[in-house]
Design a protein around this ligand. Structure first.
Ligand SMILES: Cc1ncc(COP(=O)(O)O)c(C=O)c1O
Length: 404
């Protein structure tokens, strides 16, 4: 991985302060460019929402607001509060995710969240009750667990037995009940198949499946129209550095043709994107505290581990990475270094699950250097085990290109 000069410069500046380095560095220009790229490419009716679970840091929310995304996808009251603080309005929020509490539903109805995406019949009845108590009606989408899954995706959200949505096969039982709930206004479907998808055709296949389902529902239930169709997130990034980036232009062309083929012009199509917008705006940078050989393999222990950057261990992949060499003095003459070898990177936690990378080839690294993990802007700190061993949280610093 090539470490951008703005990141290296910032690390060298921070190193001068003499504190152990353990920091997320964020540089937001890529997310801004990507939002604008989508706005330019996507066919009429496509609305881009930022899925803030990818990174709820204020810099990401500010970039989303300033580049004028349609809105924000939230999945908890905590996210709603952060989004409001950043300047989003409740009418720009779509509320997804299983297990919404009664307090979260009440807040959403009271504040006028744009759509609540129903994940089960229990949730539909609970929301209807909340609306009745508040004397309000709520626009909703129904999340479907489609009978379809994308095999090579990093994480699948549909197909098989899932906690997400209502199984497609149960629709004929569930939908009439939801349509009959008098405080809910049904507006359409939400089918989010998978996350981290690099193959455009796979995601377009999901769109086609949703369009087929939409047609079937509209034929079967007189007077019902799905004027909003939500495809979830899913655009992948190239963690394995295989020159295999998701191609938004090919997706836009395919989706545009499909909208025309089905005669679906005039509807709203929602994309709730997290990873693709946020991943390449973040680097997790952590100081190499120790290097030792154990049974023939170098073990590098860093200041932060899965308490601060859990994703590589959780997904069992190595992120792209590089080393910033700081040329610090050795503590003793025989102190070990790494020179052109494959090594293991771990953190300071008392569990062998605490892995940052394994079998990664490193040109050169010494104690005191900084290991820099790229594509860490999405599902980095927010997905980590921050409480385990009670280490201080890493800093989160926003850098701008002019600083280099
Ligand atoms: C409901 C929902 N929408 C959107 C996203 C964002 O997905 P991605 O980061 O793959 O774009 C997620 C991620 O888990 C999700 O659960």
């Amino acid at each position: 991985m090539i470490i951008p000069s703005v990141i290296e410069h910032s690390l060298r500046q921070q190193a001068k302060q003499g504190q152990t380095l353990n920091v997320y560095l964020y540089e937001m220009s890529r997310m801004r460019r990507k939002i604008n790229c989508l706005k330019r490419l996507m066919p009429a009716g496509v609305e881009v929402f930022y899925a803030m679970k990818a990174n709820p840091h204020p810099a990401f929310l500010a970039a989303a607001i300033e580049e004028q995304v349609t809105g924000i996808e939230i999945a908890s009251l905590g996210e709603a509060n952060k989004a409001i603080k950043a300047g989003f309005h409740a009418e720009q929020m779509i509320y997804t995710g299983p297990g919404k509490s009664i307090e979260e539903l009440q807040w959403s109805v009271q504040h006028g969240v744009r759509t609540i995406h129903i994940e089960s019949l229990v949730e539909a009845y609970r929301l209807n009750q909340v609306c009745a108590d508040l004397g309000k009606k709520q626009d909703v989408l129904l999340r479907i667990n489609a009978n379809f899954d994308i095999h090579d995706a990093q994480t699948t959200f549909s197909g098989g037995s899932k906690k997400f949505g209502i199984d497609e096969e149960q629709l004929d039982v569930a939908l009439p009940q939801i349509l009959a709930l008098e405080h809910l206004n049904f507006h359409g479907l939400h089918v989010y198949a998978a996350s981290g998808v690099l193959n455009v055709d796979d995601l377009l296949h999901n769109c086609q499946l949703v369009f087929d389902l939409t047609q079937r529902i509209e034929q079967q239930y007189a007077g019902v129209q799905c004027d909003i169709i939500d495809f979830g997130g899913g655009f992948g990034v190239d963690y394995l550095e295989e020159n295999n980036d998701f191609d938004p232009e090919a997706y836009a062309i395919g989706l545009s043709k499909m909208i025309q083929d089905y005669g679906f012009e005039g509807r709203h199509f929602v994309l709730e994107l997290g990873r693709w917008l946020a991943a390449d705006c973040g680097w997790f940078c952590t100081e190499i505290i120790d290097i030792k050989t154990s049974r023939g393999k170098k073990q590098l222990v860093c200041a932060g581990g899965i308490n601060h950057f859990r994703r590589p261990a959780a997904l069992a992949i190595n992120h792209p990475m590089g080393i910033v060499s700081l040329g610090r003095d050795k503590l003793f003459a025989a102190q070990e270094s790494v020179r052109q070898e494959s090594v293991y990177f771990g953190g300071p936690l008392c569990t062998s699950a605490d892995k940052l990378a394994n079998d990664v080839f490193i040109e050169a690294a010494d104690v005191g250097d900084i290991a820099v993990f790229g594509l860490a802007g999405a599902y980095g700190l927010s997905m980590s085990n921050t409480g385990f061993l009670s280490h201080a949280l890493p800093q989160e610093i926003v850098v701008t290109k002019e600083e280099s």
